[in-house]
Structures are given as C-alpha cells and as structure tokens.
Design a protein around this ligand. Structure first.
Ligand SMILES: [Zn+2]
Length: 234
C-alpha cells in the first residue's frame, strides 16, 4: 500500500490532524478505536469523530463488537485502499481542471497590477478604474504572467505525476483483488468436485450393498423353494 497517497486523501477529508493516523491503520486487519485514540494521543470521542468523518467518504470501514460486561459497542477500523485511491484520483483530476482553467485565463486575458499596493485587477476592473489604483491613485501596470503561468504548469505536471502513481496503485490493488477472487473460486470448485466424488462413491457403495442384499434374498428364496420341493416329495 502506498501510504503517502492514502495520507493525502485522509488529510483532504479531515485535515492535518489525520496525518499520523495512516501509520497505524492497516488495509487488512481492523484496529481497535481505543488503540487508535491512544496512538493519536486524543480523547476517544475526538478520535471517533475523525474516523467517522473519513468513513463518510468510504476511505475507512469499521466492524463493531459488543462489550459483554459493559454492553456497549467498540469499533475497529481498517483502510479501504481502492476507495481512498479513487477519492484521490477524483480530487487530483478536479485540481488539474482548475489549474488548466487558470492557465487558460492567464494566457488569453490581460491583468493589471498596482505595484505599490500589490493589488491585481482584471481587464474589466482596470478599465472601470481608468487604469489607476483606487487606493493610492498610481497608474496600473500590465501584469507579466510568464512566471505565474510557468509555476502553474509545474503544479500541473506534479499532479499529473501523482495521478500516474495513483493509477498504477489502483491497477496493482485490483490485480491483487482479482487474484484473491480467482483463488477463492478455485477453492470452491475443488471443494465441490470433492463433494461430488464423495457422493458418487457413497452411491456406488449403497448400490453394492443393495445388490448384495438382493442376492442374499434371492439365495434364501431359492433355498426355501428347494426345501419345500423336498418336503412335497416326501
Ligand atoms: Zn495602489
């Protein structure tokens, strides 16, 4: 599991406080909520709130167990890896869309700036203020967006690189899941074949037994008739 990616999804949903959570949660085993609270160094209710929040997005799932003495439920949690990756994928795609729109806007439209107040105006607003700053009265300068666009493109590339890793992880995890299903199917087939063979064997034995019984019966009947014939002769 790529925990770095899952961490990003968690933080997106429930903030920075969830960062350490990933270190002691697992994708297979359920971890008791009291242990999680202890490790997070948070009161149990606070830890629970975080876990509930993440579970609303399907990134973690829980199983509950009734405490026989106290009568209440305690929950245990595990990471839903595929759902977390899917969440992250959608988040990245959305961000990339936003950045593309921003780049497009910067490339096709003019922006103005007051160098003194560091305030930016789009073309319409600059025109509205007659290209002078409404705060200090300075003449507005046309903004050079080259640096900004370069930065946005770099961001876009970073997101694209992360997205590639997310896709690879999804593929790997789906492969693991498919293999699990295949193994399970094969096991079921093996068990069923064994059951069928056992049933056939049982049926064979039953028929044999019946046949023997039949033979014995016929044997006895033959003897009886022999006997009675003898009796008649006498
Ligand atoms: Zn100004």
């Amino acid at each position: 599991m790529n925990k770095k990616l899952i961490r990003e999804a968690f933080v997106e949903v429930a903030g920075k406080q969830t960062e350490p959570l990933i270190d002691f949660l697992d994708g297979k085993k359920y971890v008791n909520e009291f242990l999680i609270a202890k490790k997070l160094d948070l009161p149990i209710n606070h830890a629970r709130n975080i876990l509930y929040k993440i579970s609303e997005f399907g990134l973690v799932s829980s199983t509950r167990k009734k405490d026989k003495k106290k009568g209440w439920f305690t929950y245990s949690w595990k990471i839903e890896e595929l759902k977390s990756l899917d969440f992250l994928k959608n988040m990245i795609l959305k961000r990339m869309d936003q950045i593309k729109n921003q780049i497009n806007s910067r490339e096709t439209r003019e922006f103005y700036v007051c160098e003194k107040c560091h305030v930016e105006f789009n073309e319409e607003n600059a025109l509205l203020h007659d290209f002078t700053c409404p705060e200090c009265g300075s003449i507005l300068d046309r903004k050079d967006n080259t640096k900004l666009i370069k930065e946005m493109r770099r961001n876009l590339e970073n997101y694209a690189a992360t997205l590639k890793i997310v896709y690879e992880e999804v593929e790997r995890e789906q492969g693991v899941e498919a293999k699990k299903v295949r193994t399970k199917d094969a096991t079921i087939k093996r068990v069923k074949a064994k059951e069928r063979a056992a049933a056939r064997e049982k049926e064979k034995k039953r028929k044999k037994k019946e046949l023997r019984k039949e033979e014995r019966k016929r044997g006895k009947a033959a003897q009886k008739s022999k006997h009675s014939k003898k009796k008649k002769k006498q």
